[in-house]
Design a protein around this ligand. Structure first.
Ligand SMILES: [Zn+2]
Ligand SMILES: [Zn+2]
Length: 266
């Protein structure tokens, strides 16, 4: 029943998977396993490099390269050059990310975050890839930078979407996709559920953000892509679809965005 899932955002390079990484990935991605494809997301320069290595080793794994707003202080002209090389040297790199703004803590000055967000959007334009955006407690500035840099021409996903239904409609009009994961199953997810109700089904892609954000009933535990079944069930309920339809549609959406394959079902 739960087969063919495309997990568009995970961090399997995380030390939480040191004990059983290869075994777990093999089990999830085996031909009759639950997961068809997964994207390992870079959040800093080292992880970007590791993500590409993981993708090069496994035909069902793709990579993004980019530096998360919490880590942008490691960036420099040379760092941007490293990301550019990683993106251009592997056709398994399918987006620049995760990049964006995170105002939930004030560890990195906001102006520094904004500058490197803009710069990495420019990089995405240069290498002709969509963006994977991380945006937390920074709705207005994220939207402003996306508009100023005309990122809608590049396209991408707002990962772990957490803003209002009104804001979702703006991103939808600009052609962006929405990463939906475990948070949608939380008891206090009313705002996200309202947003999901207005987001068209052809703009939703599934994501774990593993090892973080495990859905109910596994909330608080280490997350992995198999838990997406609970997110699939939640979306099926909210959108009046079967779980199989949710899996097929979200996979086709991710294929369209990241792999530039424009067909509905494989
Ligand atoms: Zn993120
Ligand atoms: Zn992430």
């Amino acid at each position: 029943m739960f087969r063919g899932i495309y997990d568009s955002h995970a961090h399997y390079d995380d030390s939480a998977f040191d004990e059983d990484r290869d075994e777990l990935i093999d089990k999830m991605l085996e031909p009759n396993g639950p997961i068809r494809y997964l994207v390992n997301v870079g959040a800093n320069l080292d992880e970007s490099k590791i993500s590409v290595e993981m993708a090069e080793k496994n035909p069902r794994i793709y990579a993004t390269v980019g530096v998360h707003p919490d880590c942008v202080e490691e960036l420099s002209d040379e760092g941007i050059e490293q990301l550019r090389k990683l993106a251009l040297n592997s056709d398994k790199v399918i987006a620049i990310g995760e990049i964006g703004l995170d105002y939930s803590s004030d560890d990195v000055p906001r102006q520094v975050q904004k500058d490197w967000f803009t710069r990495q959007i420019e990089l995405a334009r240069e290498v002709n890839l969509p963006i994977a955006v991380h945006s937390r407690d920074a709705s207005e500035d994220t939207l402003n930078i996306i508009r100023e840099s005309k990122a809608q021409e590049i396209g991408g996903v707002i990962h772990c979407y957490s803003y209002s239904a009104e804001t979702a409609m703006i991103y939808d009009k600009m052609g962006f996709y929405f990463g939906i994961g475990g948070v949608s199953t939380f008891k206090n997810a009313r705002k996200l559920v309202e947003a999901i109700e207005v987001i068209p089904m052809d703009k939703i892609i599934l994501e774990t953000d593993a090892p973080y954000l495990a859905p109910v009933p596994n909330r608080g535990k280490r997350n992995d892509s198999r838990n997406l079944r609970y997110v699939v069930e939640k979306l099926a309920e909210l959108k009046g679809l079967s779980p199989e339809q949710v899996i097929d549609i979200t996979r086709a959406n991710a294929m369209r965005l990241f792999n530039r394959v424009d067909y509905n079902f494989e």
